[in-house]
Design a protein around this ligand. Sequence first.
Ligand SMILES: [Zn+2]
Length: 193
Amino acid sequence: MSGNDQIETIVRDVTCVACEYNLRGLQGPVVKCPECGAVTDVAALVASRWGGPWYRAPGFDRLARPLAVAVVGWLLTVFMAGVANATRAGFELLVLAVVPAGALVAWVALIVATGRRSGVEGVMLALLAHLIYSGYVFGFIGFLMTFAGAFMPDMSWLVVACGFCVAVMIACYHGERFIGRRCIARYLAFRPF
Ligand SMILES: [Zn+2]
């Protein structure tokens, strides 16, 4: 089920927080009950029942595009640096210069496009996504390395370092959920990222 379908399925069963009147058909992230007038935060309700990964929330993929370009550009640069170092050929060195420059131009263009479409909030969340997924990677690698005892002179440091890495990954999960919740609210407000 796509993120949009999941939201539509949840929204079908949303009822008023006060009188349980079915609020199906009412539009927006926050709606007022036609029976009793109570206000229901539909976006928060949908987020609390969200079953899938947060990156499947509608618009999340669009926010993650600059990050995807940054990752692919970085991987290609590292790969080309290896090739150029091995061959010392002019063509590879030229590609090595062009790849990061091209990736940077594409990244800036995507950030600008995000700002045009979704405003400052979209740009901030797109940048936050870089921090979150870098944090996941470094937290995970750090956990594996400390668990393997690579740099650890004694056990107490091992526990502290593993705990720190796990805490980083938990913080990243909360950041990812934050973006997902904003995606849901914006989708319900007909202004998807
Ligand atoms: Zn009501």
